[in-house]
Design a protein around this ligand. Structure first.
Ligand SMILES: NC(=O)c1ccc[n+]([C@@H]2O[C@H](COP(=O)([O-])OP(=O)(O)OC[C@H]3O[C@@H](n4cnc5c(N)ncnc54)[C@H](O)[C@@H]3O)[C@@H](O)[C@H]2O)c1
Length: 413
């Protein structure tokens, strides 16, 4: 079987490497010519993905992987086409199908009869049939939303069942043969149709977003009572029906903050929409808590540790760091942002001010947004003049912050 992977990003490139590791010939297609040239010259444009570089090099050596900008030509030689380009949100928080529509138009130009097209991008329910399927009329189609998390993709591919919603029986036969050959997933979960597969992925994402919102709401209540919510959640979760997530200063990334918006206007999704609102309000809540402790934030300098939306990834999409910086600025503070994964230019490109060297930075307060491994040995005592630390992920040891002479604030602690 030959495979074309359309979209060589943080997910598409590891998928291409996975299929090639199993002996399939893979053409990786991307519109970014720089990325394609880099790959063909032996580079690896995706950072922080365990095993990726080694697998890519082995695949190239074995003649099983090449990258190209010519999607139609690659598709014309392929039995299976995997579409994994982003569907993000536009400025009105509506799904933006530009990349998907462009990719499908290219696929259509090369697609041969009998080849299977799988939509692995997370999409609003109905997109595979009514948008992709309608454009590729008569093709074998399936939806199989990718469930992995970047940074641990090869592990996730081996661990999670593969959810597949075929449009008809021949599509299932091809999809079953392809995923059995290309993955080491514990099992294939056949859905009755593409819509159910699309829905399952939205449900996973919305469940987590709403669950974290619940943890945030409980954290605020716990704060008002002087209770440590982490201790209470741990106790609650010791019973098998309780799976409360951890509260924090917000939910970022290009999945959880995005998928709730895939439920169309007019659908009654009160809880889902409230969850989004609560999560987006947590940065402001944390900053207000800091302000309440310090009296005022006017003319203070506040260091935000971690631009990435979660620890140890280089991904700032919808990061809570942006909402924290905004909330701090609104209260007259100057936010500085530090992240070992991002250059000063990359921080500035998001409209944020990068911090200088942490050892010499003078700040009035610190907000932990993403507690990267690189911060494990951070010495708070080195921040002379710093009065308080808001542990936005409840990741710190309270005693070590207090030993440095600073006030410790958590979310619900
Ligand atoms: N990143 C994750 O952790 C994750 C997890 C699960 C699922 N997903 C799904 O995967 C999708 C892609 O995520 P990602 O992190 O790989 O995105 P990404 O932004 O890292 O990469 C997308 C790639 O697609 C390319 N591209 C855009 N339009 C194209 C076109 N018309 N033809 C060919 N290539 C095109 C871009 O140049 C880029 O290289 C997400 O939108 C989501 O639906 C992502």
């Amino acid at each position: 079987m030959k495979v074309a992977v359309v979209g060589l990003g943080k997910v598409g490139l590891p998928l291409a490497a996975q299929y090639a590791s199993r002996g399939l010939g893979v053409s990786g297609c991307d519109t970014d010519a720089g990325r394609v040239d880099d790959l063909n010259a032996g580079g690896c444009p995706v950072e922080g993905e365990a095993e990726l570089e080694g697998r890519l090099r082995a695949a190239q050596k074995a003649g099983l992987f090449t990258a190209t900008t010519d999607t139609p030509a690659a598709v014309a030689e392929s039995d299976v086409v995997i579409i994994i380009v982003p569907v993000a949100l536009d400025n009105a928080n509506d799904p933006d199908f530009t990349h998907l529509d462009d990719a499908v138009a290219d696929v259509k130009r090369g697609l041969r009869s009998g080849s299977l097209v799988v939509v692995e991008t997370t999409v609003p329910v109905g997109t595979t049939r009514h948008r992709v399927g309608a454009a590729l009329e008569g093709a074998l189609i399936a939806a199989s939303p990718e469930r992995v998390s970047s940074g641990r993709i090869f592990r996730d591919l081996k661990t999670y069942p593969k959810v597949i919603g075929p449009i008809n029986e021949p599509s299932w036969d091809m999809a079953e043969a392809f995923y059995t050959a290309s993955l080491e997933a514990p099992c294939l979960l056949r859905m009755r149709d593409p819509e159910t597969a699309e829905f399952a992925k939205l449900a996973e994402g919305i469940y987590r977003d709403v669950n974290i919102a619940l943890a945030g709401e409980l954290a605020k209540y716990a704060d008002s009572l002087g209770i440590d919510v982490t201790e209470a959640i741990e106790a609650a979760n010791s019973q098998p029906y309780s799976h409360i997530h951890q509260p924090g200063v917000g939910v970022g990334g290009h999945c959880l903050p995005v998928y709730p918006h895939f439920i169309p206007e007019g659908v009654n999704a009160t809880l889902t929409r409230a969850g989004r609102e609560i999560n987006d309000g947590m940065a402001g809540y944390g900053v207000a808590k800091l302000e309440g402790t310090l009296g005022s934030l006017k003319d203070t300098t506040v260091l935000i540790l971690g631009l990435a939306y979660r620890p140890d990834v280089k991904e700032a999409s919808h990061s809570s760091a942006l909402l924290l910086a905004q909330a701090l600025s609104e209260r007259g503070a100057k936010p500085l942002v530090h992240d070992p994964y991002f250059s000063n230019e990359e921080v500035m490109s998001l409209g944020l001010e990068p911090s200088g060297d942490l050892a010499s930075e003078r700040v009035d307060a610190i907000v932990v947004q993403a507690w990267h491994n690189a911060y494990a040995d951070l010495d708070f005592a080195a921040f002379r003049g710093c009065r308080a630390v808001l542990d936005g992920r409840n990741s710190l040891d309270r005693a070590s912050v207090e030993a440095a002479g600073m006030i410790y604030l958590g979310v619900g602690r």
